[in-house]
Design a protein around this ligand. Structure first.
Ligand SMILES: [Fe+2]
Length: 243
């Protein structure tokens, strides 16, 4: 399976604290059936001031360590960027780390605050789409506006975004409300990919296998395979060509 949202890179956000923790998470990812991962550390100005150069060089260190330790996980890097008007500046400077490409258009993993859908979201989404970027909303099933009113999920989808739903939402890691919301998103056909958003082994491990089994049982194996493998691969295969 292909994981397009995880915090495996060492020491640059609230994910893996150091290289040893990164390697442990990578091993757990492999155990969960993941063969390829795009590492997406936070870019959240004022909290995690990462940029594409920091992310690339941290990924280089991580990728060499994976090689050295013979961990069979192929990786690339992108980011999970908190919604901000700064996105327009990064786009102009060509320093937005894209998750991959879909039908020739770059895909950007965008994070909303957990508390609500902030004012300006609609405008930023429209601006991205007008500029040929396809926004992918990270974990919409955990947004409190969406949790209290499912119409907000329909509204977001109607703006033309894609949804990344978190594997752990299906396995119950975030509680039954989030699980129900994630389930309903799949029922409505709102899910584009499932990804782990893994941060650490104890509370936020990679749970791809459990999500795959849940979706296979509740829906069917073809749906699970599309969400966990084919759809993410369509976007990220460009990073792994030549394999
Ligand atoms: Fe994340």
């Amino acid at each position: 399976m292909i994981d397009l949202h995880c915090h495996l890179l060492p020491g640059i956000d609230d994910g893996a604290a150091n290289l040893a923790a990164s390697l442990d998470l990578a091993r757990a990812s492999v155990d969960s059936g993941i063969t390829h991962a795009v590492c997406t550390p936070h870019i959240h100005f004022g909290y995690f001031n990462n940029d594409i150069d920091i992310i690339r060089s941290t990924h280089d260190i991580f990728a060499s360590a994976l090689d050295r330790e013979n961990i069979p996980l192929k990786t690339h890097f992108a980011a999970e960027i908190r919604i901000t008007p700064e996105i327009a500046k990064l786009f102009a400077n060509k320093t937005l780390p894209f998750l991959g490409y879909l039908d020739g258009l770059p895909v950007l993993l965008v994070e909303l605050p957990h508390s609500h859908i902030p004012p300006g979201t609609e405008q930023l989404i429209a601006w991205l789409i007008a500029n040929g970027v396809r926004p992918m909303i990270a974990h919409p099933e955990r947004n409190r506006d969406v949790l209290s009113n499912f119409n907000k999920a329909s509204w977001l989808k109607g703006r033309g975004v894609m949804f990344q739903i978190t594997a752990g939402a299906f396995t119950g890691t975030f509680g039954s409300r989030v699980q129900k919301c994630a389930h309903r998103m799949l029922k409505e056909g709102f899910g584009d990919i499932v990804a782990t958003d893994a941060h650490n082994l104890h509370k936020r491990p990679p749970e791809m296998k459990g999500a795959y089994e849940f979706i296979s049982q509740e829906f069917d194996a073809e749906y699970a395979t599309n969400l966990c493998k084919f759809n993410p691969w369509r976007m990220a295969s460009c990073w792994f060509e030549g394999e």
